[in-house]
Design a protein around this ligand. Structure first.
Ligand SMILES: [Zn+2]
Length: 414
């Protein structure tokens, strides 16, 4: 793809042209594109619309932004968070137990970031190779002992890895499978590189959780797909692969860990997978009507939250935000919340401090701002960390500052 953005005309999985749009979040800049004031005029926006395939029920964005715009300069470095480190240690353990040990076997991680998952694989005795297009992060990971190639994974690269390193016993893709437009190329690569007894493991946010908790803010340009199991089954099968297990995991409010192997691989299909398929049927996750109802609920949240903030402003109250994650930007942009309603946003990442939120141009600062200009209300945009944030801000709360949690329905915590 050469253009900056293309319209997604055919289902990513079954290739049907019958994509029905159900949620239009408007034109938005990439959700991680924090910027300096001098760059406001140059900011680019792209359509953010979600559709469902009428044939297979796969939920996907109606437009795809070029991955170089989204990922090449990625600054998010995951190992900084101890919660993530523990999560990935458990993840590597889970994969190793599934395959019966990883000692001396090759573990390849797609979208490996700073090596957060491959490090625990190393500790289990595996040989590791990371693949990540973010050049600076790949370089740093390699320097720190996790060899990482600054590339996009696909069939061609898989063949190169196979030639140089042999077959992989585990191939993992965390929060990256849902980021990739050309999934055929990914599965062709996996099919080529995976050893006969190997497993391919995907972790991605669960579409059922998105529907249940109204997490429309997890929609942004990076997330071109929203994962449920049923549409994936025939797609994997068409590439000689078979999904044999799926587990619920905590990350990002609720994710799926999906296990696949070669069609004739030695892994038996689990009860868990059957139960999940049944659950999707019961919740009608392949029906467009389910999503039309969801979009209506999202608009209800929009009305409620913006009214709440406008009323507070009218009463002369000062509102600040806590957390500047990508999802916060989807919410702010869609709801049209700018610096006139939210004065500033506190974020602990030094990469974001001193910059402004994409699209809405709210200044991002360190938490010292809360001390200097304590707001009356604090809008928690990183809702998945609401508990630790409220704990951390308890001294301000004790002095009268109130918290606003926006989802699943806006509420003030007094
Ligand atoms: Zn489809």
């Amino acid at each position: 793809m050469d253009e900056k953005v293309i319209q997604n005309t055919h289902c990513r999985l079954c290739k049907s042209p019958k994509l029905t749009q159900f949620l239009d979040l408007g034109d938005q800049p990439p959700a991680n594109a924090f910027l300096a004031e001098k760059d406001f005029a140059r900011e680019e926006k792209f359509p953010l619309r979600v559709a469902i395939c009428e044939m297979c029920g796969f939920v996907q964005l109606a437009h795809v932004v070029h991955p170089d715009i989204l990922f090449r300069a990625y600054v998010y470095v995951s190992s900084t968070s101890p919660i993530f480190v523990r999560h990935f240690e458990g993840y590597a353990q889970d994969v190793a137990e599934t395959v019966g040990g990883m000692k001396d076997a090759l573990a390849v991680d797609i979208g490996s970031n700073d090596g957060i998952l491959l490090r625990p694989f190393q500790a289990l005795g595996a040989r590791v190779l990371g693949i990540d297009p973010a050049v600076a992060i790949a370089e740093k990971a390699t320097e720190e002992g996790v060899e990482t190639w600054p590339e996009y994974f696909g069939e061609e690269l898989a063949k190169r890895i196979l030639k140089e390193r042999g077959a992989a016993k585990s191939i993992t893709a965390n929060n990256v499978f849902a980021h990739i437009h050309d999934l055929d190329n990914i599965l062709k690569g996996v099919e080529a590189l995976l050893s006969d007894d190997g497993v391919f493991v995907i972790e991605a946010p669960d579409l059922i959780v998105l529907l249940r908790d109204k997490l429309f803010d997890t929609v942004y340009h990076e997330h071109v797909s929203y994962i449920s199991i049923r549409p994936l089954l025939p797609f994997f099968s068409s590439h000689g692969l078979r999904i044999f297990d799926v587990k619920d995991v905590e990350s990002h409010g609720g994710s799926l860990r999906i296990f696949a192997c070669h069609e004739k691989g030695r892994y038996a299909t689990t009860e868990r997978l059957a139960a999940r398929i049944k659950k999707e049927e019961d919740l009608r996750t392949q029906e467009p009507e389910t999503y039309q109802a969801f979009a209506k609920e999202v608009d209800g949240i929009k009305t409620e939250l913006t009214r709440m903030l406008c009323d507070l402003r009218k009463d002369g109250k000062r509102v600040a935000g806590y957390g500047a994650p990508a999802k916060g930007n989807t919410l702010l942009n869609y709801f049209g919340i700018g610096p006139e309603l939210v004065e500033y946003i506190v974020d602990d990442s030094p990469f974001k401090q001193g910059l402004f939120t994409p699209g809405t141009h709210i200044p991002v600062t360190s938490s010292s701002a809360l001390q200097e200009k304590t707001p009356d209300h604090l809008l928690i945009l990183a809702w998945n960390y609401a508990e630790p944030i409220m704990k951390k801000c308890e001294p301000y709360h004790a002095k009268g500052m109130q918290f606003i949690v926006p989802l699943p329905s806006p509420r003030i915590v007094e």
